[in-house]
Design a protein around this ligand. Sequence first.
Ligand code: NAP
Length: 338
Amino acid sequence: MTLEIGVIGTGMIGQDHIRRLTHVLSGARVAAVTDVDLDRARAAAADGVTVHETGAALIADPAVDAVVVTSWGPTHEEYVLACIAAGKQVFCEKPLATTREACDRVLDAEVALGRRLVSVGFMRRYDAQYRAMKEVVTSGAIGAPLIMHAAHRNPSVPGFYTGEMMINDSTVHDIDVARWLFDDEVAAVTVVFGRTSSKAGPGFRDPMLVLLEMASGVLVDVEASAHAGFGYDIRGEVVGEDGTVELSEAAGPVVKRAGRFGGRIPADWRERFVGAFDGELQAWVDAVAAGGTTGPSAWDGYAATVVCETGLAALRTGAREAVSLRARPDLYKEQPEP
Ligand code: NAP
């Protein structure tokens, strides 16, 4: 069976997922697309792909089995709720929704339905290195985890980027990794600034250190840098009672020559996580074709948004801010893989 997919939002990542679904993955095909900019939607539609004028029309289309939401974040709630109302599986790029209240409405709708239809695009869970790190942590080989050091270094960011976006758009991935890696919730967030890079624009304090305190007491420090210059550098090291595990320096080969060694640093997140993006969407296609779903749940999307909101408060106050999550509904107590 070929899964017929509708894609809402044909901007940068929407086009990338269309390419992936069309040329890289198996078991699915793009049947319909839409975008507020209909010309952009038409340009992204290959022959035989229906272009709908609205997301609502795309979701209602009986020829669409399941939906991929890749529009602007503030529109996600509306489309995800419409998919739940229509009983269609939906893969929503992060964020699930941009406020705690909007995420609450999605959780309420899915819980009322009584089955999981929502998957959120936290693709790092499908990265080979992070998966190997999780295996080591959960095997007990390094003993109880105590601390994680992480770094999220962007070579540069567009001029409109702000400190708030460093939390919402960059550190959000480290927040999801911490929750997933330690199977735990974030209990408190503190944001600390030091010397600011001369490359940062006016009012943009960069880099920042984001300290996540997990409910178990594990500490996760995330260096979030927007102007690292040299490349897209994602670091992670977990310190346990009996040892450590860290992401390797490079996915590619290390070349030793003329008394030196070196490897490639990815240019951006697309290069670093291409395998993870392929893996997450293939896993979702396979699970939906089999009648279920997989991947980060609406609960994971809710928790990430609440921790980001708390991080923004910590950024403003300079104080340690406690994270307050609602009780986890039973629907999300059993987490499908990964
Ligand atoms: P983008 O290039 O701006 O694309 C978003 C597209 O959605 C644009 O074509 C936009 O049109 C359109 N749009 C806006 N409102 C809409 C609506 N009501 N209905 C349908 N389409 C609408 O942004 P992007 O970088 O692709 O990001 C899209 C989403 O993916 C964001 O939520 C972002 O956080 C997420 N994302 C995730 C990752 C990741 O690492 N997992 C990476 C990149 C992006 P206009 O431009 O005319 O507004």
